[in-house]
Design a protein around this ligand. Structure first.
Ligand code: NAD
Ligand code: DAU
Length: 359
């Protein structure tokens, strides 16, 4: 096998951060084949700094295209696959679940089939060294009450949205390919990420974008839903750690130990913006907070118990919420052009349609 890994969905938010960090950290001499369909969420601008880098090969394509994946595997002989490719936005899954089923379930299945066939053809040493790492979410575990313990890896799956149900199905397929065929898989279940290149349909970048644009900051329901927040580069480092040392067939929860109600997150963002980029009228951005109709089936609380990855693999996040969120706001202020390039066309259509309905 070559010193190559295949990354899927590497033009999206987390995937592009992972690719950039991997190549910057000079992870051995591994090159990256980056397979991405470039849906609305995929953005080659995230990878602009890699132009001309011979260790990054970008291929536009679908994980569900078995022939293309088989060709890439034969040609590049990767030692590992890291699967980020997915439809990832819960609200979009509520408006239209079909693409979530297609990519997250059928696409993952096709990717697993192509991988199984490639892996079967490897020699014994390469077979033993190969890894398929599936990037999943804490949302598969369902919703917690305020007093429930945080999710551990043994928590029963209880997905509530079409998005989380499709991710749960893909996790089960990945697990089954290990159990049945012996494919050396690893799964990570991570909490809410934030950081650079986060598409402004998700809470944190949407609030920063709307605040600066003088628009309402939409809070679903009472804003007391709780999420655990992790800086995206810490998620990337956890994935590298699991890929390197994770026990085959196992799942690892990844989280930041940062449980926060949504309203607190939005107030924190407003306070940092008030300091770094004050409104011209001297008022706080918090004045723009607007309560809107709740998300149907909205999960009340997620909390990740990341003891296992810390105990077994020695991983812990480098950023606290306070350091990570400040870096994130600063990144958006420094990269307004990146946001402006997104905030037109298809993005605008989504925002108009979605917030008209919930508002
Ligand atoms: P994203 O929506 O920003 O990016 C997804 C990427 O996958 C895009 O570049 C898109 O073009 C690509 N893609 C979509 N369908 C594809 C297909 N059929 N074939 C090839 N490429 C395809 O998502 P993200 O937030 O970066 O999430 C990446 C992964 O991490 C997802 O699997 C998601 O479920 C998981 N995850 C996300 C978070 C989070 O907070 N964002 C937390 C935990 C886990
Ligand atoms: O927990 C991990 C998951 O985190 C990932 O698997 C998903 O891919 C990712 O999108 C994210 O899902 P959430 O639904 O938690 O993220 P989102 O940013 O959409 O919403 C965060 C919280 O903020 C959630 O409780 C809904 C709320 N919200 C969101 C938006 C977009 C609002 O109150 N207003 C909004 O306008």
């Amino acid at each position: 096998m070559d010193n190559t890994i295949l990354v899927t969905g590497g033009a999206g938010f987390i995937g592009s951060n992972f690719v950039l960090d991997w190549l910057a950290l000079d992870q051995g001499s591994d090159s990256i084949i980056n397979l991405d369909k470039l849906t609305y969420a995929g953005n080659l601008q995230n990878l602009a700094s890699l132009e001309g880098n011979p260790r990054h090969i970008f291929v536009r394509g679908d994980i569900g295209d078995a022939a293309l994946v088989a060709k890439l595997l034969t040609e590049h002989q990767p030692r590992a696959i890291v699967n980020f490719a997915a439809e990832s936005h819960v609200d979009r899954s509520i408006h239209g679940p079909a693409e979530f089923i297609e990519t997250n379930i059928v696409g993952t299945f096709q990717l697993l089939e192509a991988t199984r066939s490639y892996w079967n053809g490897l020699n014994e040493e390469s077979k033993g060294a190969f890894r398929f790492l599936h990037v999943s979410t804490d949302e598969v575990y369902g919703s917690l009450s305020p007093t429930d313990p945080a999710f551990t890896e043994t928590k029963q799956y209880e997905p509530n949205s079409p998005y989380s149900a499709s991710k749960a199905a893909s996790d089960h397929l990945v697990r089954a390919y290990h159990h049945t065929y012996g494919l050396p898989v690893l799964t990570t279940n991570c909490s809410n990420n934030y950081g650079p290149y986060h598409f402004p349909e998700k809470l944190i970048p949407l609030v920063i974008h709307n605040a600066l644009a003088g628009k309402p900051l939409p809070i679903y329901g009472d804003g007391q839903q709780v999420r655990d927040w992790l800086y995206v580069k810490d998620h990337a480092s956890a994935i590298r750690r699991v890929l390197e040392s994770g026990k085959v067939g196992e799942a690892y929860n990844v989280g930041g130990w940062n449980e926060k109600p949504n309203l607190d997150v939005v107030h924190t963002l407003c306070a940092i913006l008030d300091e770094l980029s004050p409104r011209s009228d001297g008022k706080s951005y918090a004045e723009q907070i607007t309560y809107v109709t709740d998300r149907p089936g909205h999960d009340r609380r997620y909390a990740i118990d990341a003891t296992k990855i810390n105990r077994d693999l020695g991983w812990k996040p480098a950023e606290t919420f306070e350091t990570g969120i400040r870096k994130t706001v600063q990144w958006y202020l420094d990269n307004q052009e990146w946001v402006q390039n997104i905030a037109s066309g298809a993005y605008k259509d989504w925002v108009d349609k979605h917030y008209e309905k919930v508002g």
